[in-house]
Design a binder for this molecule. Structure first.
Ligand code: PMV
Length: 353
């Protein structure tokens, strides 16, 4: 019996980031990374398997048919999951993000986490707790940061030595610290180079070893800052690491320039708010121009108010620590593909189990 399942997974923002791979085929990073799962940035994905030899997978994301390299990446991941099934399975995938795709929130993390869980649940009927570590490793093969979205709250991705040991671990659940992450959208333009391709260029930067050293030397302090709710320490480490990651990007061959004038302007303002007014807010930024501002709950309204007065800010998405993935009862695909004889008349169907 082919099945259908829906999962929701939340995106995450890293304080110590993953940039560059020691082994690109396994997505083994150079360093450990630390992240917070985001409450208000999630992807919901339904996967319906159908026994339909020769049929192409159908993939719809945010209402649009997925094509080109994005489609190829998703199909390759579906292959990892259907491998081992004796049947000839076609996937129907429908996925929706709660946030604008180019908002500077890594949709690949929430997307590949939800896809992995929904595809596995649809195939096996359920996801057992004991399956989670293997599924997180599988998701890591598609997008490294996706493995961190398998847990809520605060998560460490252990770089590991090999496929088995490169895995995420929850450090604290979402109730540990009401840290806020304000995503400041200054541009919704699609980035020219995906992070998947960007990782491959990291080795060409002369600054890569410096950044790897920085992460290794600051990991224990970052863990301690998370444990003790020390925003000043965590924010300082996160801000420096984001700058170092962009220094690596800028000095890769060819160079990668993800920041734009609005990002730089906002970085300067945040540092000035801290220096001149002792406003405790720090920034980090992924492979794009949109900054993530880290602050305590008590400061969030004041920061939001300041952002609302900046003409170059298009949107602010306010996040708290979010939950791990959840299975949803409602599906984004309504059809039951076992009954679709009229659509695929030649498909061989096994009797229902
Ligand atoms: O998982 P990927 O391939 O989308 O890479 C994520 C890279 C960054 O977002 C820039 C950093 C991180 O650790 O999330």
């Amino acid at each position: 019996m082919a099945g259908k399942a829906t999962y929701r997974a939340h995106a995450n923002i890293a304080f110590l980031k993953y940039w560059g791979t020691r082994d690109a085929s396994l997505n083994l990073p150079y360093t450990h990374s630390l992240s917070m799962t985001l409450s208000h940035a999630h992807t919901t994905t339904t996967v319906a398997w159908q026994e339909a030899p020769g049929q192409r997978d159908t993939i719809v994301i945010n209402g649009q048919a997925c094509t080109g390299s994005a489609r190829a990446r998703i199909c390759a991941h579906l292959d990892r999951i259907r491998t081992g099934s004796a049947r000839s399975l076609t996937a129907h995938v429908c996925s929706r993000n709660s946030f604008p795709t180019s908002a500077g929130i890594a949709s690949s993390a929430s997307g590949f986490c939800a896809l992995t869980l929904a595809a596995h649940a649809a195939l096996q009927g359920t996801v057992h707790e004991r399956d989670i570590p293997a599924l997180a490793r599988l998701a890591r093969l598609a997008s490294g940061s996706a493995c961190r979205s398998f847990h809520g709250g605060f998560v460490e991705w252990h770089a590991g030595r090999d496929h088995e040991t490169s895995r995420p671990i929850q450090l604290h659940d979402a109730s540990h610290w009401n840290l806020h992450d304000l995503v400041v959208v200054v541009s919704e333009e699609e980035k020219a180079v995906s992070s998947q391709n960007g990782h491959r260029l990291a080795d060409s930067s002369p600054l890569l070893p410096t950044r790897v050293d920085y992460v290794n030397h600051n990991l224990a302090d970052a863990r301690q800052a998370l444990r003790s709710h020390d925003l000043q320490l965590l924010g300082t480490i996160a801000e420096t690491d984001a700058m170092l990651m962009h220094a690596v990007m800028l000095t890769s061959r060819p160079p990668l320039l993800y920041l734009n004038p609005a990002s730089i302007r906002l970085m300067g303002m945040i540092q000035a708010w801290r220096r001149q007014e002792a406003l405790p807010v720090y920034f980090t930024v992924d492979a794009g121009p949109n900054l993530h501002l880290l602050c305590e709950a008590a400061t969030a309204a004041q920061v939001q108010d300041r952002l609302s007065r900046l003409e170059f800010v298009q949107q602010v998405i306010v996040n708290r620590p979010g939950p791990g993935p959840v299975r949803m009862a409602e599906h984004l695909i309504q059809q039951d593909f076992q009954d679709l004889d009229w659509t695929f008349p030649s498909a061989h169907r096994e009797p229902d189990a």
